[in-house]
Design a protein around this ligand. Structure first.
Ligand SMILES: NC(=O)c1ccc[n+]([C@@H]2O[C@H](COP(=O)([O-])OP(=O)(O)OC[C@H]3O[C@@H](n4cnc5c(N)ncnc54)[C@H](OP(=O)(O)O)[C@@H]3O)[C@@H](O)[C@H]2O)c1
Length: 327
């Protein structure tokens, strides 16, 4: 089968090569998916650049990407919840990374039937970003009438988080740049803040939840806008102690300034590492079929142009998701 592999760490165009591989072997709990579409995410770019070698050692060459939609072609003898021919989608587990290929074997616990009302390309755009939005806002305990600030509403994660928060009955503030204002508003956000011309901190005040998808100064600033008793959920800022422990860093301490801001504001800080989960994808499937969430795709690239897809992702300006049509 044809697969797009990372052969070295460094510049995107120098690091990715199409290789011919044999079909992956199917373990007892796996399904073999004939890949129809894959989506790429900032983590895929960070892996290629070599920025995650310490935290996420990956043997090279390795096939790139985690998001997939496709058709079940084979299944292991321990799989009872999928049949050959099922249309599915998944964020594959770390050890099965490699959806930019004609076939991928995936632990069935990470797989869900694909939403029936969307295309393979749209379905592939959902898993990693959708699970991140879902798991982050659930960890925040989101509920009706909560006031939520979601940074980068035009990003892959933000565009789904807005829709998930609205589906839970929250009031949503979001930030984006001038060119994206109209379509981000159309996702249901109550107040879209143009970060080019407006100061989000003077508009989103005393919110229950900040969803920090930007990191850097935004993590600390979150404590200026979250209310006492509220929560800051970050997927990009400093690790919290629980996630550091999960990654084997038992001596890790939250940076002092963040710990102080959290304590002064009496508001929690949590870092979320999304995890593959077929049951969560199944919940997202229902929200998509109920038209509470729709996929947002910036561009679909043919498989042969996967490197161009990564170059687009690396601009950091994607409007929703970047997808690769594999077959
Ligand atoms: N911890 C985890 O498990 C986890 C999981 C998923 C993602 N992440 C991380 O979360 C981050 C977001 O992921 P993503 O997939 O949503 O990225 P993305 O789709 O590449 O984000 C691009 C978007 O960010 C917006 N943006 C950039 N700077 C901004 C700013 N200062 N204010 C508001 N919007 C801004 C851009 O809009 P404009 O062009 O309008 O600026 C663009 O639409 C990434 O760093 C990713 O690595 C972490």
């Amino acid at each position: 089968m044809k697969a797009l592999q990372i052969v070295s760490y460094g510049e995107i165009k120098d690091s990715l090569v199409f290789n011919e591989l044999s079909k992956p072997a199917v373990q007892s709990n796996d399904v073999l998916i004939e890949v129809k579409a894959a989506a790429i995410n900032p983590i895929d770019k960070s892996i290629i650049l070599g920025n995650l070698q310490g935290m996420l050692p990956i043997p090279l060459p390795s096939t790139s990407a985690y998001d997939v939609s496709g058709i079940v072609l084979e299944k292991g003898d321990g799989v009872s919840n999928f049949e050959i021919g099922d249309l599915v989608y998944s964020r594959v587990p770390q050890e099965q990374m490699g959806t930019l290929a004609e076939y991928v074997a995936v632990d069935s616990a990470a797989v869900s039937k694909k939403p029936g009302n969307i295309s393979f390309e749209e379905a592939a755009s959902i898993p990693l970003a959708g699970l991140t939005a879902f798991q982050s806002l659930e960890a925040a305990g989101i509920k009706k009438d909560d006031r939520v600030l979601i940074h980068a509403g035009s990003g892959g994660v933000g565009s789904l988080a807005i829709q998930y928060a609205k589906a839970q009955g929250a009031f949503v503030y979001t930030t984006t740049s001038t060119t994206n204002l109209a379509w981000v508003k159309a996702l249901g956000a109550d107040r879209v803040i143009d970060y080019k011309t407006e100061d989000y901190m003077s508009i989103a005040k005393d919110v229950d939840i900040v969803f920090d998808t930007l990191g850097q100064n935004y993590s600390l600033e979150s404590f200026e806008v979250v209310k006492q008793g509220g929560i800051v959920i970050s997927v990009v800022g400093p690790l919290d102690e629980a996630s550091a422990k999960m990654l084997g860093m038992s001596d890790y301490k939250l940076p002092e300034a963040l710990a102080k801001a959290s304590s002064d504001r009496k508001a929690d800080y949590k870092f979320i590492l999304m995890h593959p989960n077929g049951a969560h994808l199944n919940e997202i499937k229902s929200l998509i079929e109920d038209e509470k969430i729709k996929p947002i795709i910036d561009k679909v690239y043919p498989f042969s142009e996967s490197v161009e897809a990564f170059t687009h992702l690396a601009t950091g300006r994607a409007k929703g998701k970047i997808v690769v049509k594999v077959s």
